[in-house]
Design a protein. Structure first.
Length: 147
């Protein structure tokens, strides 16, 4: 099984204060650009929002997993957003989202993508893990939690 920490970096853990879903997505997209993971933030952001239009990526339990797979990417990455206050994400259970795990990467590696999604889902299924992420205030501590 893959280790999702292999797709995470400290600089891609963002503590957010956002009023709504789109503002949170925009701030995470900006973090990806600053980190050099994406070249055109508008294209990536539009792909993320388009995916949200199909069905909300708010999976419940206060978690959202927005994602976009696009050509011209070689590797997958995960950017984590920890929200100070929950935002409405039209989640399956109606719970406001406080944890965002945004996945991006190539559109031609479906198996690897599904493995990442599966590993991430298993990690955050634990209520203890979710609560722990919300209490940690250091990027390093969050990284260590997922290692």
């Amino acid at each position: 099984m893959i280790n999702i920490a292999d797709y995470m970096e400290e600089e891609l853990i963002v503590f957010l204060d956002a009023a709504n879903r789109d503002e949170a997505l925009r701030k995470l997209t900006e973090a990806l650009q600053v980190a050099g993971k994406i070249e055109d933030p508008a294209i990536f952001y539009d792909a993320i929002v388009e995916r949200e239009r199909i069905v909300s990526t708010g999976i419940g339990m206060g978690v959202a997993i927005p994602h976009a797979k696009l050509p011209n990417y070689n590797d997958f990455f995960i950017v984590i957003g920890v929200l100070q206050k929950g935002v409405d994400w039209k989640a399956l259970d109606g719970t406001p989202v406080r944890l965002i795990f945004m996945i991006g990467g190539p559109d031609d590696k479906q198996t690897e993508y599904l493995q990442i999604l599966s590993g991430l889902t298993l990690s955050i299924k634990s209520e203890e893990t979710r609560k722990k992420v919300l209490t940690l205030n250091s990027k390093d501590a969050i990284m260590q939690l997922f290692k």
